[in-house]
Write a protein that binds this ligand. Sequence first.
Ligand SMILES: Cc1ncc(COP(=O)(O)O)c(C=O)c1O
Ligand SMILES: N[C@@H](CCOP(=O)(O)O)C(=O)O
Length: 465
Amino acid sequence: MRYISTRGQAPALGFEDTMLTGLARDGGLYVPETVPTLSADEIAALAGRPYEEVAVRVMAPFVADTFDEATLAGLVRDAYAGFGHAARAPLVQLGPNHHLLELFHGPTLAFKDFAMQLIGRMFEHVLTRRGDKVTIVGATSGDTGSAAIEAFAGLDAVDVFILYPHGRVSEVQRRQMTTPEAANVHALALTGHFDDCQARVKDMFNDFAFRDRVGLAGVNSINFARVLAQVVYYFTAATALGAPHRTVDFCVPTGNFGDIFAGHIAKRMGLPIGRLIVATNQNDILHRALTSGDYRVGEVAPSISPSMDIQVSSNFERALHLAYDGDGAAVAQLMDELKAGGFAISQGALQALRETYQSGRASEDETSAAIRRTLETTGELLCPHSAVGVKVAEEAMGEAPMVTLATAHPAKFPDAVEAATGIRPPLPARMEDLMDRRERITRVENDLAAVEALIDEKRAGARAA
Ligand SMILES: Cc1ncc(COP(=O)(O)O)c(C=O)c1O
Ligand SMILES: N[C@@H](CCOP(=O)(O)O)C(=O)O
């Protein structure tokens, strides 16, 4: 399996180097050159199987040059052993044809744990074999960062630096990042919003001198390994609802477009997904782009679903690469235009996108109302991101069963949930002292040189200790 850059100018790589490389050297994102398919019989055989078994069946063809099946199975088993639900990603019925896929039973209470718990182990395995060490940099609007810090804390072969937007994540998210004591993990509070954090991370990858000197690696969905691990739950959910004999729709709370792009990969593998519905909050650039064909960046407006407060949606580049039939030069041109504020999607590419994606948005009031309504009608307490998904899904219901992804636990966003319902969701017992733990807060300006200097300083400090 070879992976190629969406911009067509970087060398093709195998899985191992794709995972360790992060951003392609031409600024693009790695995607599989061809997507392996599963036959209808192979998909049918996944129904009712344990999550770990489905994970191995789905991922093995993508990673075969790096992990044999037995090794992959071991990593997968260990990755999900700490999840708080035997099904790992249980389905809960919300209505006659509407199901919620609960993706928040991992250690940091968000869907990011599905990928991060696994790639933490993949990195450790590969780096130990190579005798190598890397510096991971990541950008977070709250959940990627906490999941990465949990997954990589204490590993000898990695230093981790996570940029989060100062004052724009929930207190639980911030404390999950700032209270771990392991010396190799660092949360840096950047003055700005998530797009600034993500832009500085990409700048660091594009600063080849810095990149090569510190051995830069990424764990955002820049890294295709992240997306791959998220493909699995589309299979467990759809087969539980009758696939491959029935088509299933998915509604996905969306920001950086990684989770929904994982659904696109599942569809290309042969899973009969009807519609992939992009659900955005008031930062609705993706909804506007799919509706009008114009992808134009506006101000990031803070919302009660802060993890989706994103305007420059990284993985949309991967969807564009497919929609432009793999034309790297066309994608590179659009990304250049994006630097000046936005771009128009060609008619052909827009049509191709709309064959897979539909979209909707939820305002702040609609999100709160969805939390309240869902509690009253089903007893399920939603986080605000999942509520955005439920609201959009309810408006888009069709003939096929609908699965809305519940991307985080309500206890990560207690203020928004309490404001909507009067109920303040408690943290699980193992985290109940989170609010009493000591925080390490490091501020940094939104400036590439300042961020790189801070990372250099902390790495030097760690080496001296
Ligand atoms: C809770 C939650 N929901 C939804 C999203 C959006 O997912 P994606 O960025 O993959 O579109 C995020 C951020 O990634 C998130 O943390
Ligand atoms: N919502 C995310 C933003 C980063 O997304 P990623 O999937 O590219 O890591 C977060 O919680 O950090």
